[in-house]
Design a protein around this ligand. Structure first.
Ligand code: FE2
Length: 165
């Protein structure tokens, strides 16, 4: 699928948000591919890449001025908003579902279910869109998720076990 044309439509070249978007999405796509090769070789590499590149497509609709998102929706809703965009654009349902379910370790009832959904959700946790945008250590990822409670940390640990680094 042509994921780049969807990105180009909502994140035009020459804007600061575009640069943040591409850098983050590419980092997530690279780690997802690494984890796919190690632990999920049955998944299609092109599908993993497209899903990773599109998972955050909804962020521009949210209010997160520090990363140049000047919309009005709460940041936490960028998953379902992104899924809505992808379905409207005629993107495959698997890509829409990845967007819909990737926030944190999933927000019930929108938790990652398929292996593709879990893989991209997990890879995403290693990359922030603010600050240095460098890869986080597993310890940093755990600390960021533990803030949301024991159930979230348990869900993260399950992803760690499914996709060992
Ligand atoms: Fe992300």
């Amino acid at each position: 699928m042509n994921y780049q044309s969807i990105i180009d439509k909502y994140y035009p070249e020459g804007t600061p948000l575009r640069d943040i978007y591409m850098r983050h999405a590419q980092s997530v796509a690279e780690l997802a591919e690494e984890l796919r090769q190690k632990s999920a070789p049955e998944l299609d590499a092109e599908q993993v890449r497209a899903a990773a590149m599109l998972h955050d497509i909804g962020i521009f609709l949210t209010s997160a001025p520090s990363i140049h998102c000047t919309g009005s929706a709460p940041y936490i809703s960028h998953g379902p908003l992104g899924a809505e965009i992808l379905r409207r654009e005629g993107a495959p349902e698997w890509a829409a579902r990845v967007a819909e379910r990737h926030t944190g370790v999933g927000i019930p009832p929108l938790v990652p279910e398929t292996r593709l959904e879990r893989l991209v959700c997990y890879a995403d946790k290693f990359y922030s869109k603010s600050g240095s945008m460098q890869r986080r250590s597993l310890q940093q990822v755990e600390a960021s998720i533990a803030r949301f409670g024991a159930e979230n940390l348990a869900a993260l640990k399950a992803l760690e076990a499914e996709f060992p680094l």
